[in-house]
Design a protein around this ligand. Structure first.
Ligand SMILES: Nc1ncnc2c1ncn2[C@@H]1O[C@H](COP(=O)(O)OP(=O)(O)OP(=O)(O)O)[C@@H](O)[C@H]1O
Length: 211
């Protein structure tokens, strides 16, 4: 078992979003988290990423509580929230280097520029992030996945990764995700769009169906 959630309960404000939630995910599998607006999808993804505290229950990575292997977990997992997490004052390529360092991965300028070029941001690499369009900011954020398929970062947790992307970028992201699955990578994601991804196994969790 690679990623496991055991008996999670999450409360936000006055509301209990879910309780008794357990799941497991193995190499090559994708888990799509569904639910209405406000049902708790983002909260669950952030909890799985170790960014939001659960009221009770535990998340385990490769058999260990993520609280006990935080640095290892963050170096093997990529979490991208629904808003593109970019630093406005940094150049596009600097954003990638900065994000990689935060997660304990080494990335030099030339590798960052290659990733940006692969995402169609070759000419934007030298621009400050604040001057990019919404779609370009989203591409910049997704460029963190480039080269991180499979064992490089086996678990990707992506909150609405297709938002703001044009048709070409959606197709490119689907292809990157399929490469990730083929190399044994795992994905937990939300999306409001149905897409033809090809994981080894496609799992679903619907937060509208409370236990
Ligand atoms: N820090 C917080 N304090 C209080 N309430 C919060 C907090 N974070 C989230 N919530 C509430 O928890 C509920 C679930 O939010 P969440 O963002 O997880 O839902 P979601 O399913 O991802 O929604 P959407 O589809 O609209 O993105 C919402 O009612 C939200 O207002």
């Amino acid at each position: 078992m690679t990623l496991q959630a055991l008996d999670l309960c999450c409360v936000r404000g006055e509301r209990r979003l879910f309780r008794g939630l357990s799941l497991s995910l193995e190499a090559g599998q994708a888990l799509r988290v569904r639910g209405a607006n406000g049902s708790g999808k983002t909260t669950l993804l952030r909890t799985l990423a170790g960014l939001t505290h659960a009221e009770s229950g535990e998340v385990r990575w490769r058999g260990r509580s993520i609280a006990a292997c935080r640095d290892t977990y963050h170096s093997q997992m990529i979490y991208l929230g629904h808003a593109a997490a970019v630093k406005d004052d940094l150049l596009a390529w600097e954003n990638l280097v900065y994000a990689a360092r935060l997660n304990g991965r080494a990335l030099d300028r030339s590798a960052a520029e290659q990733s940006l070029a692969a995402l169609g941001l070759g000419r934007a690499a030298q621009l400050p992030a604040r001057s990019l369009s919404q779609g370009q900011r989203k591409r910049l954020s997704l460029a963190r996945l480039h080269g991180a398929e499979g064992e490089a970062a086996p678990l990707w947790i992506l909150d609405e990764p297709f938002n703001a992307l044009d048709q070409d970028a959606v197709a490119a992201l689907c292809s990157t995700l399929d490469q990730h699955f083929a190399s044994g990578g795992m994905l937990v994601y939300t999306t409001h769009t149905d897409l033809a991804l090809q994981p080894a196994q496609a799992l679903e969790l619907n937060l509208d169906r409370k236990p």
